[in-house]
Design a protein around this ligand. Structure first.
Ligand SMILES: *Cc1c(COP(=O)(O)O)cnc(C)c1O
Length: 225
């Protein structure tokens, strides 16, 4: 049951916060609903879930209007600039910003200032995208100068590891990078890191957003597009 899985994930978030000595209000749970129909999202909403994540622009465009307007949509996928028009009007956050052209395309269509996180590629996996860590803070500064875009934090999708604890060095590195950025005056207060298999480790290392799909909704069906 979705309600049971969601409750179990919430309990695990709470427990991870307690272990880390963190206030649970600092950690937002994003239910990653990509591939799931609006009716399934509505079930989670009925359980009080307000933050949802989507990875495909057209899917967000189609699903968004079917849910109540107090839902906060997080776009967590890689964004193609030509699809920013589907994302910007409805997104509460864009998690994987990389380029000025993406930022400008988003700003053109956003209804107000749009909070974005810059994705950092910590595993040097070229296929995954993200800005190399050495360039990330400079990129944050550049993207933050685009009118209408507010860069509020960093996001990462670490290389797939066998054991959750093996993701810890990546999460620690992202947290350290954000702290360095704050020392330089960048407003990097949000850290988007941790998924179904490792969100507790991410919370231990300072995640403020965890992006959890499978553990809430079950195994994903084939992608709808
Ligand atoms: C799909 C996805 C998630 C959720 O992954 P699960 O392993 O199902 O929890 C999180 N972040 C991003 C960027 C995703 O694309």
């Amino acid at each position: 049951m979705l309600a049971d899985r969601l409750a179990a994930v919430r309990d695990r978030v709470q427990a991870a916060c307690a272990r880390a000595g963190r206030d649970p209000s600092e950690v937002g749970l994003i239910a990653v609903s990509k591939t799931w129909p609006a009716a399934t999202v509505a079930q989670a909403y009925a359980e009080g879930q307000l933050h949802f994540g989507e990875s495909y622009a057209q899917e967000l465009r189609d699903k968004g209007p079917q849910l109540p307007s107090d839902v906060c949509w997080h776009f967590v996928g890689r964004l193609q600039s030509n699809k920013a028009k589907y994302v910007a009007p409805v997104a509460h956050r864009v998690h994987a910003l990389e380029t000025v052209s993406q930022a400008e395309a988003l700003a053109k269509r956003a209804s107000g200032e749009l909070g974005c996180l810059v994705s950092v590629n910590l595993g040097s996996e070229h296929s995954k995208g993200g800005v190399p860590p050495q360039e990330a803070l400079e990129r944050c500064a550049t993207l933050g100068e685009v009118p209408g875009i507010r860069v509020v934090g960093l996001m990462t999708l670490p290389p797939r590891v066998e054991l959750p604890e093996q993701a810890a060095p990546y999460f620690a590195q992202l947290a350290e990078l954000a702290a360095t950025g704050r020392d330089q005056g960048l407003p990097l207060t949000e850290l988007s890191m941790g998924m179904s298999h490792d969100f507790e480790v991410a919370i231990a290392h300072g995640a403020t957003w965890v992006r959890v799909g499978t553990a809430i909704f079950g195994p994903r069906q084939a992608r709808v597009s």
